[in-house]
Design a protein around this ligand. Structure first.
Ligand SMILES: C[S@@+](CC[C@H](N)C(=O)[O-])C[C@H]1O[C@@H](n2cnc3c(N)ncnc32)[C@H](O)[C@@H]1O
Length: 238
């Protein structure tokens, strides 16, 4: 559970349904465009090979799914999965606009509707932090990956580090909830964001949880002075 934070499916779904129309705009605005660069980096780190089947887990408005498609030069087969219909509906418009062959699945990350060993790679950007049970979500990602498959998590770090730490702390505490609340008209959602970030495990603890879920060779890649972090984990060959 979320240690006091309500991460029930109903709460998370209604929160993202409510902010969906302004979600992309706020991402660009509040991160100064860094979120685009972080997803690009995530897709590069995944080292996609032609023909691979990839899952964008917690795909939201499908930015990572589209980035995976672009990075692979259109040579991968990406599926976008999320349990908030309103987010996926906006993603579908973007997918159609570029005529990308990316099917969407309205699916809960804790109960994925895919058989074992379906995907060569799976990636989740800013999604697994919202899982009601992180352990269960990691186990599901592990289950749907083929042996040797990669799982990538892009998330914010719980504790800002580095030279800009005081500025980042002030930004998260005051600017982000204010601007996010005003523009999305959902103050709760943009108070939840820094709250859930501060309760998120450290990169080392998350790496440990990935290993507990059966993944091996977990790599940690800090981004933008450690404001965001990529974990790349591999499912064992057998
Ligand atoms: C912050 S958004 C991230 C969207 C997108 N990945 C991105 O990079 O912008 C989090 C998304 O995770 C989804 N999500 C949270 N918990 C989920 C779950 N248990 N199953 C499926 N999707 C979930 C939400 O519906 C939301 O669209």
């Amino acid at each position: 559970m979320g240690e006091g934070l309500d991460k029930s499916a109903a709460k998370i779904r209604s929160m993202f349904a409510s902010i969906a129309p302004r979600y992309d705009l706020l991402n660009r605005l509040l991160s100064g465009g860094a979120d685009v660069a972080w997803r690009r980096k995530a897709a590069a780190i995944l080292e996609i090979r032609p023909g691979e089947r990839l899952l964008d887990l917690c795909s939201g408005t499908c930015d990572l799914a589209l980035q995976l498609h672009r990075t692979s030069g259109g040579a991968s087969r990406v599926v976008a999965a999320d349990f908030t219909f309103e987010m996926l509906a906006l993603g579908q418009r973007k997918i159609r606009a570029v005529a990308a062959p990316i099917p969407e699945a309205t699916a809960d990350g804790l109960r994925l509707p895919f058989p074992d060993a379906t995907f060569d790679g799976a990636a989740a950007a800013f999604g697994v932090r919202n899982f009601e049970s992180l352990e269960r979500g990691l186990a599901e990602a592990h289950r749907v990956l083929k042996p040797g498959g990669r799982f990538l998590i892009l998330e914010f770090a719980p504790e800002p580090v580095g030279p800009f730490r005081p500025l980042v702390v002030l930004y998260l505490k005051y600017v982000l909830p204010l601007v996010g609340g005003l523009i999305s008209r959902d103050g709760g959602a943009y108070r939840y964001l820094p709250e859930s970030m501060s309760r998120w495990p450290s990169p080392e603890t998350l790496a440990e949880k990935l290993r507990d879920a059966g993944f091996a060779a977990v790599e940690i890649h800090p981004l933008s002075f450690g404001i965001a972090v990529i974990h790349l984990a591999r499912k064992g060959k057998r």
